[in-house]
Design a binder for this molecule. Structure first.
Ligand code: BG6
Length: 490
C-alpha cells in the first residue's frame, strides 16, 4: 500500500459532532495502525474558544468513548493527541483567515511538515462556498512547492437540488481543480460496499449472469429503526430522497449496475458510475405516481424542529430502470425509511427462475435464487437456492450458503471515515463522488422533488413506527415482501 505523505489535516467545524464522533476517531485508528508519518498533524478550527490543551482533553474523552474496545494502549491516545492543535476561528469572518494562515505556517515550520494540506469541511453546508472563497483570498488554496498539494473534502449534502449542486461545483472549480475536490459519501467507505466491486470483477462466476438475461430484479434498501432524533431542522428541509437516495443508495446502485472498468484507475471507475446515472430512466409524471411511494411516519410532525404541517417524506420506495443493454427491463427497487422494523442495508440480486417447475415446493415466479449482499449489520454475502429435502419424494427447500465477514478476521471492520480519510490523504479519489456523477444523479432526483413540492400533501402516506412503510408500497410488488418460499418451506 502507498504511504501517507507528511501533511496537515485542517478540520473546519472542529467542535462539532462529526469531528468528535467520526473524524478524529478515524484518524486515531490510522495512527494506531502506524499508517501516519511522524510529521503529520491535525489542526481543528472552530468558533469555540479553546487552547490546544483544552481541545485535546475534550477530544480525549470522545476518543475513549467512541473507540472503547479499539484502543490498544492509553499511551497511543496521548501520542496521537500531541499531533492535534486547535485554532479559535470564525470561518465566516474573512479577516480570521490571516490567523489561520499564520497558525498553518507555524505548524509547518515547527513540526517540519511538507506543504501539503487536506482541508475538511465538517461545517453546515452554508459554509461550503464561503470557506473556499476565503481560503483563496488568503492564498491558502495553492502551494508554492512542486511536490506540495491542497485537497478539500466536502461533506454531504452536496447541494439540495440540481441547480444548487451545479452552482457549488462551479464555485469550487474556480478555486480547486476537480482532482483536488473530494465529495464524501460515507456509504462508499463501508467495507462491504467496496467488496461489491471485488465480488463482481474478480470472480468469473457472477459476471456472465449479471444482466437482464438472468437477473429478474435488484433490490437496494437501507432501513433504520430510529427517527430523525435531534436532526429535525436539517431533515425537515431534506427528506429521505435527498438524505439517503440521491447519494448513498444511488452510489450502491451504480456499484451493482456499472460495466467493468477498463482498469482499477479512479477515473475509469468513476467513468462507469456516471454512465449508470446517465442511463437512468427519467420518470414521467404518471410514473412518479405509479413507480414511487413516499411515506411519513406517524408522529414525525411532532418531532423537535419539524414543522407541524410538514410534508417531508421519511420513507421512499421507488422502482427505477436503467435504459441500457445490460439492464433494459430489469427493475431496481430502491427503499429507505426511518422508524422501520430493523436497521439494515442490503443489496439483493433476484435471479430468474427455471422455465418449468418440476418439484414440490420449488419457487415459482421470480427469486428462487438470490445473491444477498448484506452491507450492515451482520455484514455478509449469501446465495439462496433450492435443494431436496432428505427422504422420500423430491420436495424442495430453500437453503443458503453464507459468508460472514466476521469469519475472515477477529478484527472489526474499519469505520467508513477511517478508510475515506486515508484515501484522501493518499490522493485516491476512487470512493469519492465526481462532479459529473453528482449532477447526473441530481438530474434524476430533481424533477421528483419538484413534482412532490407542487403536489404538497397529496400522495404522501403515513405509516406507524415499525411498520416498514405505508401499505401503499405494496403496489410496487417489492420482491422481498412478496417472496414467500422461505416461509412456506420453514
Ligand atoms: C446519513 C443520513 O447520511 O446516513 C442519516 O443523513 C442516516 O439520516 C445515515 O441515518 C445512515 O447511515 P448508516 O451508515 O448508519 O446507514
Amino acid at each position: 500500500m502507498n504511504k501517507v505523505d507528511s501533511q496537515l489535516l485542517v478540520i473546519f467545524g472542529a467542535s462539532g459532532d462529526l469531528t468528535a464522533r467520526k473524524l478524529l476517531p478515524g484518524v486515531f485508528v490510522l495512527h494506531q495502525k502506524l499508517l501516519l508519518p511522524h510529521n503529520f498533524c491535525i489542526l481543528g478550527a472552530a468558533r469555540t474558544q479553546h487552547t490546544d490543551e483544552e481541545y485535546r482533553l475534550l477530544m480525549k474523552d470522545h476518543l475513549l468513548e467512541e473507540l472503547k474496545d479499539k484502543i490498544c494502549s492509553p499511551a497511543l491516545v496521548d501520542s496521537f493527541l500531541k499531533r492535534v492543535f486547535y485554532l479559535s476561528f470564525d470561518s465566516n469572518d474573512s479577516s480570521d483567515y490571516a490567523k489561520l494562515k499564520e497558525k498553518i505556517d507555524i505548524l509547518q515550520q515547527q513540526k517540519k511538515l511538507e506543504d501539503r494540506i487536506l482541508y475538511y469541511l465538517a461545517t453546515p453546508p452554508i459554509m461550503y462556498e464561503r470557506i473556499p472563497t476565503f481560503l483563496k483570498e488568503n492564498g491558502l488554496n495553492v502551494t508554492k512547492t512542486h511536490d506540495g498539494w491542497r485537497r478539500i473534502i466536502v461533506e454531504k449534502p452536496f447541494g439540495t437540488s440540481l441547480d444548487s449542486a451545479q452552482r457549488l461545483n462551479k464555485h469550487l472549480s474556480r478555486i480547486f481543480q476537480e482532482k483536488q475536490i473530494y465529495r464524501i459519501d460515507h456509504y462508499l467507505g463501508k467495507e462491504t460496499v467496496q467488496n461489491i466491486l471485488v465480488l463482481r470483477f474478480s470472480n468469473g462466476i457472477f459476471e456472465p449472469l449479471w444482466n437482464r438475461n438472468y437477473i429478474d430484479s435488484v433490490e437496494i434498501s437501507a432501513t433504520e429503526k430510529l427517527g430523525v432524533e435531534k436532526r429535525g431542522k436539517y431533515y425537515d428541509g431534506a427528506g429521505a430522497l435527498r438524505d439517503m437516495i440521491q447519494n448513498h443508495l444511488m452510489q450502491l446502485m451504480a456499484f451493482a449496475a456499472m460495466e467493468p472498468p477498463s482498469s482499477f484507475d479512479p477515473e475509469r471507475i468513476r467513468d462507469e458510475i456516471v454512465k449508470v446515472f446517465r442511463s437512468l430512466h427519467a420518470y414521467s409524471e404518471k410514473e412518479m405516481n405509479s413507480l414511487i411511494v413516499r411515506g411519513q411516519y406517524q408522529g414525525y410532525r411532532n418531532e423537535p424542529d419539524v414543522s407541524p404541517t410538514s410534508n417531508t417524506e421519511t420513507y421512499v420506495a421507488m422502482k427505477m430502470y436503467i435504459d441500457n443493454w445490460r439492464w433494459s427491463g430489469v427493475p431496481f427497487y430502491i427503499v429507505t425509511g426511518k422508524k422501520m422494523s430493523e436497521k439494515a442495508s442490503e443489496i439483493t440480486i433476484n435471479f430468474k427462475s427455471t422455465p418449468q417447475q418440476l418439484f414440490i415446493g420449488q419457487c415459482s415466479g421470480s427469486s428462487c435464487n438470490k445473491l444477498v449482499i448484506r452491507i450492515q449489520p451482520d455484514e455478509s454475502i449469501s446465495i439462496k437456492f433450492g435443494l431436496k429435502v432428505p427422504g422420500a419424494g423430491f420436495t424442495v427447500r430453500q437453503v443458503g450458503m453464507d459468508f460472514r465477514y466476521d469469519s475472515l478476521s477477529s478484527e472489526s471492520l474499519p469505520d467508513a471515515y477511517e478508510r475515506l480519510l486515508l484515501d484522501a490523504m493518499l490522493g485516491d479519489s476512487t470512493l469519492y463522488a465526481r462532479s459529473d456523477a453528482l449532477e447526473a444523479s441530481w438530474s434524476i432526483i430533481d424533477p421528483i422533488l419538484k413534482y412532490w413540492q407542487e403536489n404538497g400533501e397529496k400522495g404522501i402516506f403515513s405509516y406507524d413506527e415499525g411498520e416498514d412503510g405505508p401499505t401503499e408500497r405494496r403496489t410496487l410488488s417489492i420482491p422481498k415482501e412478496t417472496w414467500t418460499c422461505e416461509l412456506n418451506n420453514k
